[in-house]
Structure formats: C-alpha cells, structure tokens
Design a protein around this ligand. Structure first.
Ligand code: FES
Length: 135
C-alpha cells in the first residue's frame, strides 16, 4: 500500500511539473481580457463598417456585436460553428483593413499577414473604420 502511495505521489509530481512548463507553440494565447465570448461580443468594442466586396453590401457593426451577427442580420450568410473563435469555420479572407484578432485559431504568422480573420470574434483594429471582406 505504501508503494502505491509513493508511485502516485511521484506521478502527480511529474504532472504538476509539466503543467507549469511553458508551451512551445507559435499559436498565440489570448491577451488578458480578450478571451473569446459567445456571439463575439466583448465590452469596450467600438462600431465600425464592414464592406462585403462580393455582395456589394456595407454593414455597420455596432459595439458589442460580432461581424458574423451583423452581416447575418443583413441577410448575408457565412459558415460558422463555435461562434467563439476556436474552430476556424468562419475564417474569412480580408481584402483591406487592420484586424484586432481575438480568435484562438490563427498563428502569430497568420495574424501578421493580415489577410484572414475569424468574423465571429475578431474586429477592426483601433483606428480602422472599415474592413473589406471577400464575402
Ligand atoms: S465560428 Fe468558430 S471560429 Fe468563428
């Protein structure tokens, strides 16, 4: 019985050590206060415009509303699944505009390219009043 206890203690010690090790992935973790939320809403968000180049539509995205929700209200359908920035289903090509990436899908390198975004959670970056999407 004592041996079992020592083995379990040793295993737990290893698990605890691994949990504290830094991750080596290039996938960025969400900055504090930027974790995706259902529907893409997050306090402090500001409004901006989204131009859907293929649809010929410009949609106002209010503060606290995701691009996905805003365009859906205008009858433009886009694929989605989690609506929390974790599955990648809503990834959309960005033609112009600066993005405030709030997803947990794109890598740091993909974010730096600036040509794709998750429209369920990501928004226009501060100072960018219009994003043009390939929709
Ligand atoms: S719907 Fe899953 S990342 Fe947007």
């Amino acid at each position: 019985m004592r041996e079992t206890s020592e083995v379990l203690s040793s295993l737990w010690s290893r698990v605890s050590t691994r949990r504290q090790s830094p991750r080596s992935s290039t996938r960025p973790s969400a900055p504090a206060g930027t974790q995706p939320s259902p529907g893409g809403a997050r306090s402090g968000a500001r409004s901006f415009e989204v131009e859907l180049r293929n649809s010929g539509v410009v949609v106002q995205v209010p503060a606290g509303t995701s691009i996905l929700d805003a365009i859906t209200r205008h009858g433009v359908l886009a694929p989605s699944h989690c609506r929390r920035g974790v599955c990648g289903t809503c990834q959309t090509t960005v033609l112009t505009g600066e993005i405030d990436h709030r997803d947990l899908v794109l890598t740091t390198e993909q974010r730096a390219r600036g040509n794709a975004m998750m429209i369920c959670v990501s928004r226009a970056a501060p100072g960018c009043d219009r994003i043009v999407l390939d929709l």
